[in-house]
Design a protein around this ligand. Structure first.
Ligand SMILES: Cc1cc2nc3c(=O)[nH]c(=O)nc-3n(C[C@H](O)[C@H](O)[C@H](O)COP(=O)(O)OP(=O)(O)OC[C@H]3O[C@@H](n4cnc5c(N)ncnc54)[C@H](O)[C@@H]3O)c2cc1C
Length: 399
């Protein structure tokens, strides 16, 4: 017979009795869960999709890591050499699946966490999740991804636009755009690569709308990857790196001013600090030089069946692909805890918890020049070390 007495467990619970919940089974969450498990801490990953690596499964077909295989491995499992230097999307997914299996990670799929708040008994955190679940963890690591929610500028007239319109997150390949006139909006790495993919996939005309001219770097020069440089300069003063990058850019990439892409005035590292990672050339430079990708002014809005550009001109493509980035989507999850800055990003990341939220950690919310997978791997170890120490201290105090 079931015991009908009210449970007193919560009165004696210590954080150490409860698992650490990791929200998200992308590379960031998987790496943290492994690093915790390796230190004897039970970590349970809650993932809203039905499989690990959901973000990578959705990326466009031609995507490859632009960081090297060796410097993109997560702790405790190298990426197989057979995957090559620049790992394809499908092999990234294969690696993440293997990673979860190899480290025997505890993952509950199909569970979306909606809100995190302090546990009522003060021992950790209470998570409200889909299916009416309420879960209490000793600590929580938020690994829900930097590229969480597709973001669109507030364009006027978009609702009346009859042409095809999609966010880059929905782009898979050029097939549906063969023989069509396409405008790609935004020249981050994604917009640049989609424009090239469209050219190679037979689009009739490809234009790329640019608001702020990007820094463009070669992915690799004589075997030396741009990521190595990113790692070397990461801790140097921003102005020094900006100064060093200028002559390097002149040596390694041609001047595209006459094609509408002058060299940026602001420094490369200053831009990174503002959140703009340089564009790694995977064909954009040649496509622009050969006139296969035409650069236009930024999009201002949609009017009378046309796209209005910032220079006053109008264009009428068949399709518009908005490569306009993502927002973090953290407001409803943790915004009420006062742990986000004005841009919706966590005020701290890695091994540090916000002052007002001890035991709450964030991984993957920076945009480092040295490569995100690498950063996720480093942060996983730091976060796990800090949590393990904290739980050990609390267990000693309680027992
Ligand atoms: C096109 C593209 C190319 C990139 N290329 C590189 C590269 O070459 N090298 C590199 O180092 N980095 C690259 N990055 C950046 C970064 O490494 C990846 O975005 C990486 O997937 C980030 O891992 P993550 O675990 O932080 O987030 P994600 O991989 O986005 O994983 C987050 C997970 O959390 C889940 N989730 C979200 N919200 C909830 C919730 N509320 N409850 C439960 N689950 C939730 C999602 O379903 C998802 O599975 C690239 C990013 C993009 C967009």
């Amino acid at each position: 017979m079931a015991d009908s007495r009210p449970s007193l467990a919560h009165l004696t619970a210590t954080p150490a009795d409860r698992p650490v919940y990791v929200i998200g089974a992308g590379p960031g969450g998987l790496a943290v869960a492994h690093a915790l498990r390796a230190r004897g801490v039970r970590a349970v990953i809650l993932e809203k999709a039905d499989r690990v690596g959901a973000s990578w499964r959705r990326h466009y077909d031609r995507l490859k890591l632009h960081t090297t295989r060796r410097l993109s491995a997560l702790p405790g499992l190298p990426i197989p050499r057979a995957f090559g230097r620049w790992v394809s999307r499908d092999d990234v997914v294969r690696y993440l699946e293997k990673y979860a299996e190899h480290h025997e990670l505890e993952i509950v799929t199909g569970v979306e966490v909606f809100r995190v708040e302090p546990a009522p008994d003060g021992a950790g955190w209470l998570l409200h999740a889909s299916g009416g679940r309420e879960l209490t963890g000793s600590a929580v690591v938020v690994a829900t991804g930097f590229n969480h929610t597709p973001r669109l500028p507030d364009w006027s007239g978009l609702e009346d636009w009859d042409g095809e319109f999609l966010h880059a997150s929905a782009y898979r390949n050029a097939r549906p755009f063969a023989d069509r006139d396409v405008l790609v909006v935004g020249v981050g790495n994604t917009g640049a690569e989609i424009a090239v993919d469209l050219v190679e996939g037979g689009a009739a005309r490809v234009r790329l709308a640019v608001r702020t001219v990007p820094h463009i770097v070669r992915r690799s020069t004589a075997g030396w990857s741009a990521q190595y440089t990113g790692i070397l300069v990461r801790r140097l003063p921003v102005r020094l790196v900006d100064r060093l990058a200028r002559p390097m850019a002149r040596l390694s990439t041609p001047d595209l001013s006459e094609h509408g892409l002058p060299r940026p005035e602001s420094g490369l590292y200053s831009r990174v600090r503002e959140g703009a990672i340089p564009v790694q050339d995977v064909g954009l430079i040649d496509a622009v030089r050969e006139g296969k990708v035409e650069i236009t002014a930024a999009v201002e809005g949609f009017e009378d069946g046309k796209v209005a550009l910032a220079d006053g001109s109008r264009v009428a493509p068949d399709a518009v692909i908005a490569a306009t980035g993502y927002s973090r989507g953290l407001d409803s999850l943790v915004g009420h805890l006062g742990v986000l800055d004005g841009r919706g990003r966590p005020v701290v990341h890695g091994a540090r918890s916000p002052k007002e939220a001890p035991g709450l950690y964030f991984t993957g919310f920076t945009n480092p020049i040295s490569g995100m997978f690498r950063e996720l791997a480093l942060d996983a170890e730091k976060i796990a070390r800090t949590i393990a120490r904290r739980l050990a201290r609390e267990a000693t105090r309680a027992g």
